[in-house]
Write a protein that binds this ligand. Structure first.
Ligand SMILES: *[C@@H]1O[C@H](CO)[C@@H](O)[C@H](O)[C@H]1NC(C)=O
Ligand SMILES: *[C@@H]1O[C@H](CO)[C@@H](O)[C@H](O)[C@H]1NC(C)=O
Ligand SMILES: [Zn+2]
Length: 450
């Protein structure tokens, strides 16, 4: 079920702004209308879990979009009215061509104000230009930069009109898996009708002078292993106790982890290029009033692991390893695997976007970064997971990119901040990226090649 907000409303809001009498535009109102203040205002909207205020964020973005000529807005309610998905559309001159989709998520992870130097929703800007806020890097920067870049492209003397239609999606729920957000959206008829040819999604900050770009994500599995065994007195030595059986498995899993991590530590692989297996909980013992019963060996024990599979990892091999080595029934163990998303696309291929001549969008993207005076680092696999996987599953080429260079990586961290000059430079980068992607004429390139 979706509900549409018609472009008429945008038109009405444009009129509203144009009809403001000049005296109302005092100096302080005027200040609202520079990109940094607009970014700060967006950051001040608390969309952190567990209670993200999506409505406020969507209202804010919608009213900003209404000030940019020709943009249309549509709001989708894929689950409940509390979880809107905003789509902003810049119509191209040839709507029959596959469109460009620029994605960002509305939500962010929680923040603990007491651990921050500045309140995480105050968006305080320090004297040296740091803007502190939850979401400053992940990923409210790109959400506003997309719009600011289009605003500039419309304002400049070029008055750019895209050949291809450009869509910006603002999706809820990414930070908790995207299941009530992008995953549902890509299943709709309306999404199919967008005819998306290429998507840009969030990336990560770069500590160097080069921008980072991501062509794949790792895919998370939540694995719980459980052991049962004969209970016994704390004084007795016997085989097959639950904790003993569990510890054998934990040792094997930690050995596997060590093998992966050694490759990383030896500099032979990036963190994101190996399968990670990290213990996240251990649970055993019989509770007593003042802790645990100490003279009893328990009959049950369990452990939980966050496992991240690389895009080329063989999921069947992993399942077999878990069933036969890490939680074998003969050792009286059971297990539960919760796969948090797809591993292969609709044709059974790994979820990876080509970064070579086989992907024409890659060349255009590169060209745009060069035109912006930027340099790209070697394409990477993202260590974590984003909504990009739902597009890659459909076979749509998707790159992860957030233009933040010379910036410490602070996503999900205390004191997340973004430098104002880095933010403004990002707008310039997107001006080039959006202009070139939206005017990319594949047919003329193909002819040229012949
Ligand atoms: C969300 O924000 C809007 C606008 O700022 C406010 O009116 C509303 O009360 C907020 N909702 C919640 C649940 O806090
Ligand atoms: C598994 O449980 C059975 C039945 O309690 C027991 O006889 C056997 O020794 C256990 N095996 C292991 C490896 O713990
Ligand atoms: Zn993010």
């Amino acid at each position: 079920m979706t509900k549409r907000r018609q472009p008429l409303i945008s038109a009405a809001m444009v009129l509203l702004f144009l009809s403001l009498p000049p005296p109302l535009l005092s100096a302080s109102d005027d200040k609202e209308w520079d990109p940094i203040s607009r970014f700060q205002n967006y950051l001040r909207i608390n969309t952190a879990h567990p209670k993200p205020n999506y409505t406020a964020a969507v209202e804010y973005l919608t009213s900003f979009a209404a000030t940019i000529p020709t943009l249309q807005t549509t709001i989708f309610y894929l689950t409940t009215p509390a979880k809107p998905l905003l789509l902003i559309t810049w119509p191209g001159s040839d709507p029959s061509l596959p469109s460009i989709l620029l994605n960002s998520h509305l939500d962010s992870v929680p923040a603990e104000p007491s651990k921050w130097q500045h309140h995480p929703f105050a968006a305080h800007r320090t004297g040296d230009g740091r803007i502190y806020a939850r979401g400053a890097q992940d990923d409210k920067c790109i959400g506003m930069q997309y719009l600011e870049a289009i605003r500039e492209l419309k304002r400049s003397s070029l008055d750019h009109t895209p050949l291809r239609t450009v869509h910006i999606s603002y999706v809820p729920e990414e930070e908790i898996g995207g299941f009530d957000g992008m995953m549902k959206f890509v299943e709709t008829r309306e999404f199919q009708d967008l005819n998306v040819g290429f998507m840009l999604d969030e990336g990560q900050a770069s500590v160097s002078d080069e921008f980072r770009v991501f062509y794949a994500d790792r895919s998370p599995w939540h694995v719980v292993i459980r052991a049962r065994g004969a209970p016994g007195h704390g004084s007795r030595m016997f085989d097959g106790g639950a904790v003993e059986n569990l510890m054998k498995s934990v040792e094997m899993m930690m050995k596997f982890r060590e093998t992966s991590f050694d490759l990383v530590k030896a500099g032979l692989a990036a963190n994101s290029e190996v399968i990670s297996v990290n213990p996240v909980f251990l649970n055993a013992g019989i509770k007593s009033n003042d802790g645990y019963v100490m003279n009893l060996q328990p009959s049950e024990a369990e452990a939980g692991f966050d496992i991240r599979l690389t895009p080329t990892a063989d999921p069947d091999l992993m399942r077999r390893r878990i069933a036969e080595e890490w939680a074998p029934a003969w050792r009286n163990m059971t297990y539960e695997i919760t796969e948090k998303g797809p591993l292969r696309d609709f044709k059974g291929r790994p979820l990876m976007t080509a970064t070579d001549g086989s992907n024409p969008w890659w060349a255009v993207f590169n060209q745009a970064i060069a035109a912006a005076g930027g340099k790209l680092a070697k394409p990477e696999i993202l260590a974590s997971t984003t909504d990009a996987r739902f597009l890659r599953q459909l076979g749509i080429p998707t790159l992860g990119f957030s233009p933040m260079k010379n910036t410490p990586i602070l996503l999900h961290d205390h004191n997340e901040f973004l430098q104002d000059s880095v933010y403004l430079e990002g707008i310039k980068v997107y001006e080039h990226v959006i202009r070139l992607l939206s005017s990319f004429d594949e047919t003329s390139v193909a002819k040229h090649d012949e």
